[in-house]
Design a protein. Structure first.
Length: 485
């Protein structure tokens, strides 16, 4: 009789008997407690039935995880993850949380995938995808009431061996080559460039909105580090992402995390507006971005760098499936405040001309030409250098790169990259100040399955100082990666 009473009570609840509701929250909590109590009683009754010798039909149902009488079937015990998720949603009383479910990309609301985003990097699907975000319609997708989130990222392990001295273990940065150092070799394994991302989208009257957060562990002590955190809706982007001064499509796919010495791959907080002009393929973007400056101070001057205004960055871009050409410019105000004095400032400027051309399905070429005064910090180099004991100037810089990519098969590709960066220091700078660096990379990347890649890369770099001192380094890097499904 007790079992029948419990089952009848549960059936009445399942049919939607809400005559005794007080308030929405009180009812949710009460029902949750009743379910907990009912589940406990059902487990106790099942154990009692087994002790007394249950009929074969009940035993068979028990093996399947349910106690069944007539047409009603009740789970004996739900999986812990599912039970906890559903129970938490009931307690919160949130219709949005109630609606969350893991979905197949083929059944995803098309509003979440049919819109092109300015903040997305366009690449083909082959090779190592280090700059673009994961495909939204594949893998772990959670869809709720009017919103969907894609969980992405990858695990990447690097096996590195240096044949010559270089002080940057995790990356190949020729600026860190020590000149005149005693010969040495070094082996280093790491996985701190592994990545995790959350891409959330929802429809609005201005089109699909997007919020994207991504991080990796490329920091001191392998702590989680923010790479991207931005929102995009319509023509506006706000948050931290790739600077408007760069063109990610013209950067090569290197296994090395540093990349070419003249490549601009900086991410910084900004507010950006993008507008199509004349034709759909031609866009104009303008942004105010977070200023970052690097000073080499004169010996007899003390003070602090100041950033009194944001960097004004803009680009004009022409894009088709096989071609992308871009001209970008930046104007920035660099300030310095000597101790006890007013801020002194100068206007810095720079241009970055980039291009990507894919003449055949298997081949692509890309280039970049960068120059300006006071823009060295976009590559981690000084913006300002001394010209005397109490004077300084905006440091001129010039850089370029060329690259070629070839797909040998559907699963196998190679890249060849050569890059050079040059500063024009004053005679007053120290003899060991950097003047010029070069960077060469050749790799082979294999994708035996959709979510796994492996590759090997040869890296060569040189450094030259103001006094003519020169050093070089050779490295071999092997990488293995697993993309989150």
């Amino acid at each position: 009789m007790l079992l029948a009473g419990v089952l009848l009570g549960l059936c009445a609840y399942a049919q939607g008997d809400d005559r005794s509701k007080k308030s929405e929250r009180d009812t949710v909590l009460e029902l949750s407690e009743r379910i907990d109590t009912a589940e406990s009683e059902l487990r106790g009754l099942r154990r009692r039935l087994e002790e007394l010798g249950a009929p074969q039909s009940v035993e068979a149902a028990g093996e399947a995880g349910v106690v069944q009488i007539g047409e009603a079937a009740f789970p004996e015990e739900e999986p812990a993850l599912q039970t906890n998720f559903v129970r938490r949603s009931w307690q919160q009383g949130s219709s949005f949380m109630d609606s969350l479910q893991v979905v197949d990309g083929e059944n995803l609301d098309p509003r979440f995938t049919n819109q092109q985003f300015e903040g997305e990097v366009t690449f083909d699907s082959r090779g190592a995808r280090f700059y673009r975000s994961p495909d939204f319609d594949k893998g772990i997708i959670i869809e709720g009431e009017g919103a969907a989130m894609k969980i992405g990222g990858f695990v990447k392990a690097d096996l590195i061996h240096d044949f010559d001295p270089i002080d940057s273990q995790d990356t190949f940065n020729p600026a860190t080559i020590p000149i005149g150092a005693a010969p040495r070799q070094n082996t280093h394994f790491q996985a701190n460039t592994s990545r995790l991302s959350f891409d959330t989208r929802w429809p609005t009257e201005y089109g699909t909105a997007r919020a994207y957060i991504e991080g990796d562990f490329f920091s001191e002590g392998n702590r989680f580090r923010l790479r991207h955190a931005f929102g995009e809706m319509g023509k506006i982007i706000v948050g931290k992402t790739w600077t408007t001064f760069t063109d990610m499509r013209s950067l090569p796919q290197t296994l090395d995390f540093e990349g070419p010495v003249s490549g601009i791959s900086r991410r910084q907080a900004q507010i950006r507006w993008t507008e199509s002009i004349f034709i759909e393929e031609l866009t104009w973007a303008t942004a105010l971005e977070n200023p970052q400056v690097i000073f080499e101070l004169p010996e007899m001057v003390q003070g602090e760098p100041r950033t009194e205004s944001p960097d004004l960055v803009s680009h004009l871009r022409y894009t088709t499936d096989n071609v992308q050409l871009q001209a970008a410019g930046v104007i920035r105000q660099l300030g310095f405040q000597p101790t006890g004095q007013r801020v002194k400032s100068e206007t810095a400027w720079g241009f970055n001309f980039t291009g990507y051309i894919q003449p055949t399905e298997s081949d692509a070429a890309y280039y970049q030409i960068l120059f300006g005064d006071g823009i060295g910090s976009y590559r981690g180099l000084p913006d300002v250098a001394p010209t005397g004991p109490t004077s300084a100037f905006l440091l001129p810089t010039f850089g370029w790169l060329v690259g070629y990519k070839h797909n040998w098969t559907e699963d196998l590709m190679s890249n060849f990259i050569y890059s050079q960066s040059r500063l024009y220091p004053s005679d007053f700078q120290s003899p060991d100040s950097l003047r010029e660096t070069t960077y060469l990379a050749v790799n082979v990347i294999w994708n035996p399955t959709e979510r796994f890649f492996m590759g090997v890369e040869y890296l060569y770099g040189t450094r030259e100082d103001v006094d003519g001192g020169r050093g070089e380094a050779n490295r071999i890097q092997s990488s293995f990666g697993f993309y989150l499904p």
